[in-house]
Design a protein around this ligand. Structure first.
Ligand code: UD1
Length: 360
């Protein structure tokens, strides 16, 4: 069995790391293609090193660009690779432009597509990620849904029932696998002078939040208010750093907000595990907060990860009022409800690998 894996953005490196290991144990031959969507050392290379991944067999080096340009460049780059490698399945993850392009190129070449993290929906078609995930799901032959809610979303859209498998979440596998390594190897708390439970961890990168000066202004204002009482650690995505500078918002962050470059996976895991509250617009970090049993405030109008909201671990707060956002963070506490295994048992990657093997 030969699989061709397409990855390109930060969260995909994490998901692929655990699946690659499971595929190798199951005897699936894997060829990894990095599209180059994320390319800075701290957005890409550090993940390969820390997550003990082999370097990709191909690096398309597409870099940044408008959506059409980025997606088109990946399509152009990946088609000859698929033709040369002739895999029996192409594996894509999540909802990025790399996911969409990888799935489309494979489906047009009549190679079965396997989509990991299938069935997630925000029902907000203004999000590029929503378009990417809907199209990728409908191009896929086998869909690995992390939860029953995701499975239901797929059934409602008419996807054949026998194509969908609820397997749990590979990001949970990753947290279990690399948690101890993070505790052993990361020095981030000492470097930043943070105490366990003594800070708020914040991340922001969605275009809706950071490409609009008024919205980013509200978020900066909220972080500033939070920082009046608690320290804020803010590892910034390059997109966000550029926007903060462009909109002249950097001076709005005082010394109790530590603005640092994007960190690697192990540092991020340690920062997450020890935060009092996490405030984010990332899909993956919402889940990681739950895996680390840290309450989360999601700065959006909706979330795909609805189980986190109904279980009380996540509050969705749109960035329309700085005081309301700051208050949500100040008031966030772990809920009293029992902790269920919402995202599986940490064996999602093994289930996916076994299932891929059976495709052959
Ligand atoms: C992408 C995904 C999003 C995912 C996120 C994780 C899409 C549409 N979005 O968003 O689903 O949650 O990755 O981080 O695919 N940049 C750098 N260096 C890098 C990478 C990016 O400077 O290594 C800058 C570029 O200026 C670029 C901008 O960040 O224009 C945004 O990068 P892009 O690839 O468009 O997607 P993300 O916003 O990271």
């Amino acid at each position: 069995m030969k699989a061709l894996t397409v990855i390109g953005a930060r969260p995909q490196f994490v998901k692929a790391a655990v699946l690659s290991k499971a595929m190798s144990l199951a005897g699936v031959e894997e060829v990894v293609v990095h599209t180059g969507q994320h390319y800075d050392a701290n957005m890409s290379e550090v993940f390969f090193t820390e997550l003990e991944m082999n370097p990709p067999a191909y690096d398309l080096g597409v870099g940044s660009g408008n959506h059409g340009h980025q997606t088109g460049s990946i399509l152009i780059g990946i088609e000859p690779v698929i033709l040369r490698e002739r895999p029996q399945v192409v594996v894509v993850f999540g909802d990025t432009n790399s996911t969409l392009a990888g799935a489309l190129a494979a489906a047009k070449l009549r190679i079965p597509v396997a989509h990991v993290e299938a069935g997630l929906r925000s029902f907000n078609s203004g999000m590029p990620e929503e378009l990417n995930r809907v199209v990728a799901d409908h191009l896929s032959s086998v869909l690995f849904a992390p939860t029953p809610v995701a499975q239901e979303n797929l059934f409602r859209e008419g996807i054949a029932r026998d194509r969908v498998h609820v397997v749990g979440d590979v990001m949970y596998d990753a947290v279990l696998r690399f948690g101890e390594k993070a505790e052993r190897e990361s020095r981030i708390l000492a470097v930043l002078g943070c105490s366990r439970g003594g800070y708020i961890l914040a991340t922001m990168h969605r275009p809706d939040n950071v490409d609009n000066p008024a919205t980013l202004g509200i978020i900066v204002d909220a972080l500033q208010k939070i920082a009046e009482r608690e320290r804020v650690i803010l590892p910034v995505h390059p997109r966000t750093r550029a926007s903060l500078a462009r909109f002249d918002l950097l001076q709005g962050l005082n010394t109790n907000v530590s603005l640092i470059d994007a960190v690697g996976y192990l540092d991020m895991l340690l920062l997450e595990r020890n935060a009092r509250v996490i405030v984010t617009d990332s899909g993956g970090i919402q889940k990681e907060a739950f895996f680390c049993r840290v309450p989360c405030v999601t700065v959006r109008t909706e979330t795909e990860w609805v189980e986190l909201v109904s279980s009380g671990w996540n509050a969705v707060v749109p960035p329309v009022n700085a005081e309301a956002l700051a208050k949500a963070v100040r008031d966030a506490r772990p809920p009293m409800t029992a902790i269920g295994s919402i995202y599986g048992d940490g064996n999602a990657s093994n289930r996916i690998a076994e299932s891929l093997l059976s495709l052959a």
